[in-house]
Design a protein around this ligand. Structure first.
Ligand code: ATP
Ligand code: MG
Length: 234
């Protein structure tokens, strides 16, 4: 099927290359990466440290641009998009989840979750109602007023997932979301992501070293040295 035409794919990448310039030296972080993800999938990217997982997620989320290649996400051509269009694309389509949660330490759980809604101009009352609902969906109704320091790692990651889901993104990109958690908390975060994927239909793409994620993946990409070494057919 020709790239970008009539495709049922939510994400379609062909021949992606990313070269970082470090002084005179070019560091090749991705080479000839091809990747497809259907709407509603739970895709997992595994591979050793330095294999290019985070770089790939940054390209898929419109945080950074490929040096070469083609990339469409939800019908948007991320190579051709202007800076303003990329910013809009991120806001309208993508939720990000990070290894170290990236919550604001001075805000409680509810305020951390609703920050993106307030930034969008929604009033406090409506934002708080939506935020409370989202915290309930991640099982944290009883922790709304707790600051990050008063929450466990697993609870902080639940808050971060609620924040990522709040603007109803079509894709959540999670970069090593269980990397800072003990195995029980990691497993409960995996269960939560799968539940949200199934219940709300949001597509997840998770970069990880955690092999338990392979059991729940609808599609797995295995990376090494900037390349996809194993990709599913179709
Ligand atoms: N801003 C940058 N400038 C130069 N080189 C970079 C930059 N970001 C990443 N790299 C290099 O690109 C390669 C891929 O890095 P990346 O962070 O994508 O790997 P990763 O698979 O996410 O690793 P980890 O599992 O440790 O998070 C590495 O060799 C890294 O050193
Ligand atoms: Mg990484």
């Amino acid at each position: 099927m020709p790239f970008g035409t009539d495709a049922p794919f939510l994400i379609e990448a062909a021949g992606l290359e990313k070269v970082y310039q470090r002084g005179d030296e070019g560091v090749v972080a991705l080479r000839n990466v091809n990747l497809w993800v259907l709407p509603g999938e739970f895709a997992v990217i595994i591979g050793p440290s330095g294999s290019g997982k985070s770089t790939l997620l940054h390209l898929l989320g419109g945080i950074d641009r490929p040096t070469h290649g083609q990339l469409h996400v939800n019908g948007v051509d991320l190579v051709a998009a202007s800076e303003a269009a990329l910013t809009r694309f991120r806001r309208d389509n993508i939720g990000f989840v990070f290894q170290f949660y990236n919550l604001l330490p001075s805000l409680n759980a509810l305020d951390n979750v609703i920050l993106p809604l307030l930034a969008k101009g929604l009033g406090w009352k409506a934002a708080r109602a939506r935020g409370a609902d989202m915290l309930a969906q991640v099982g944290l109704s009883h922790r709304q007023k707790h600051t990050p320091a008063q929450l466990s790692g697993g609870e902080q990651q639940r808050v971060a997932i609620a924040r990522a889901m709040l603007l109803e993104p079509c894709v959540v990109l999670a970069d090593e979301p269980t990397g800072d958690l003990d195995s029980a908390s990691a497993n409960s975060i995996i269960t939560l992501m799968v539940e949200l994927n199934q219940r709300l239909g949001v597509t997840f793409i998770v970069a990880t070293h955690n092999l338990n994620l392979l059991r729940v993946a609808s599609r797995t990409y295995e990376m090494a040295d900037g390349q996809v070494m194993f990709a599913p057919a179709g």
